[in-house]
Ligand binder design. Structure first.
Ligand code: HEM
Length: 424
């Protein structure tokens, strides 16, 4: 671990194994900390993070795009030779003009009215009734994943349950073939690596290009089919809106579906992984939940607070402003450290304790304000169903080794979680 306190930099891998002591140092000593190499202002206290997310008139979500485009400008990555080659290939293979990226709407990166109009459209695919109707299917998928668990000496939780559950559900919700699961995961991994992981060192690589082209071509084809013959799925609900006033363009449909595939998978996978890891590290809590399964939703909420699957989000200042008495200039990138806010002792007493008796409500693992996670109730449902099935089985297993984490500055969770029977 690096010496505490500081200098903190959200992109540096050294902070990832255990970011929490560093966050604490930031909150105590530099609640608004400028990381010069990253060129990012890090906001770490709960009240300040919430204020940044609430004040969308000052803090624009455009930064989500800029940062995930690898520090590009105006919605475009820096135009190096590799990027130009990449853009040309994308255009030839998908017939989508990458130069319109900056003008088309991407839900997560829009502000104000543009965001509102788009959110209203996509909300229709995510009504509480629609989400609740997936509960039965979630139980079936989990039961299939755990078949034979008792007889196994080893079970790799991430690959065998935490990935297939959200991927299968989102695929079925969208009305796309779950058999393409391996492709979705490959595409999603490549996008996350390019934006937030090891791929940042050599962005827009041939591998990333192949993944993006595969995803876009596939989604374009499905969207076209659903426009011709609508079905009872989310893509049909969205393409049905294309002809209306606030209608989405073909490109926007493709981008939204791609966002759902990536945002909806990786995050829930990590929530399930983080929850199981937390329970196995806290045998007293595990025993209590095993004796009272009604506590499972509390495990889900406390995991979201204690070990947030998305550690930070970005914003771009639209004017010079002040946070916690610190001036932040116009046009600055701000990292709102969700993972830190959720551990702020000013908001959650004894915050490093994994504690089912606390009131975890108010955590901001799903964000806050206008961009509050569209899939929060789906993620909660999936995690609850998975844990209800897992908890009674966890007493007979232990963790094989300290789990390796996903290599990303944004996403937090185990890459693999090998459960070993205690008798083995
Ligand atoms: C544990 C699981 C999840 C976590 C921790 C999580 C976290 C987040 C966070 C922090 C944001 C806010 C981003 C911002 O303010 O810039 C967000 C937005 C979003 N999430 Fe999730 N998410 C999860 C699951 C899902 C699922 C299952 C889906 C879809 C099926 C989804 C789709 C989205 C979308 C579309 C947005 C953008 C909403 C908007 O900009 O209006 N998420 N999520």
């Amino acid at each position: 671990m690096l010496p505490i306190p500081l200098p903190y930099d959200p992109f540096r891998a050294e902070f990832r194994a255990d970011p929490y002591p560093h966050y604490r140092a930031l909150r105590d000593e530099a609640p608004v900390h400028f990381a010069p190499e990253a060129n990012v202002w890090c906001v770490s206290r709960y009240d300040d993070v919430q204020a940044v997310l609430r004040r969308d008139d000052v803090f624009s979500s455009r930064a989500m795009f800029t940062m995930l485009m690898n520090n590009g400008q105006n919605g475009m990555p820096r135009l190096t030779l590799r990027v130009l080659r990449f853009i040309a290939l994308l255009f030839v293979r998908t017939r989508l003009n990458p130069f319109t990226f900056a003008t088309e709407r991407i839900l997560i990166a829009e502000d104000g009215e543009r965001h509102k109009g788009m959110r209203e459209i996509v909300n229709r695919g995510f009504t509480p009734r629609r989400i609740a109707s997936w509960e039965k299917r979630a139980y079936e998928i989990v039961a299939a994943c755990l078949a034979g668990f008792e007889q196994r000496e080893r079970f790799e939780l991430v690959e065998e349950l935490a990935i297939p559950l959200p991927v299968t559900i989102i695929a079925e919700m969208l009305g796309i073939e779950p058999e393409r699961r391996a492709d979705f995961k490959r595409w999603s991994d490549a996008i996350i690596s390019n934006a937030t992981g090891p791929g940042r060192a050599t962005p827009y690589s041939a591998d990333f290009g192949a993944a993006l082209i595969g995803l876009i071509r596939y989604v374009k084809r499905v969207a076209r089919e659903r426009r011709r013959s609508p079905a009872e799925d989310v893509i049909s609900a969205i393409v049905a809106e294309q002809d209306g006033e606030a209608g989405l363009s073909d490109r926007e449909v493709v981008q939204f579906v791609a966002l759902l595939l990536v945002a909806g998978n990786e995050t829930t996978t990590n929530l399930i992984g983080n929850a199981v890891k937390a329970l196995l590290r806290h045998p007293d809590v595990l025993a209590r939940v095993a004796g009272d399964p009604a506590l499972v939703p509390r495990v889900v909420e406390e995991t979201l607070r204690w070990d947030a699957p998305i550690q930070l989000v970005f914003r771009l200042t639209k004017q010079a402003t002040e946070v916690a008495g610190q001036r932040i200039p116009d046009g600055a990138i701000v990292a709102a450290l969700i993972g830190s806010a959720n551990r702020d002792e000013r908001r959650f007493p004894d915050p490093d304790r994994f504690d089912l008796d606390r009131d975890s409500q108010g955590h901001i693992a799903f964000g806050f304000g206008r961009h509050f996670c569209l899939g929060a109730s789906l993620a909660r449902l999936e995690a609850r169903v998975a844990l209800e099935a897992l908890v009674p089985r966890l007493a007979r297993v232990r963790l094989d080794a300290e789990p390796e984490l996903v290599d990303s500055f944004l996403v937090r969770g185990p890459r693999r979680l090998e459960l070993v029977a205690r008798s083995a």
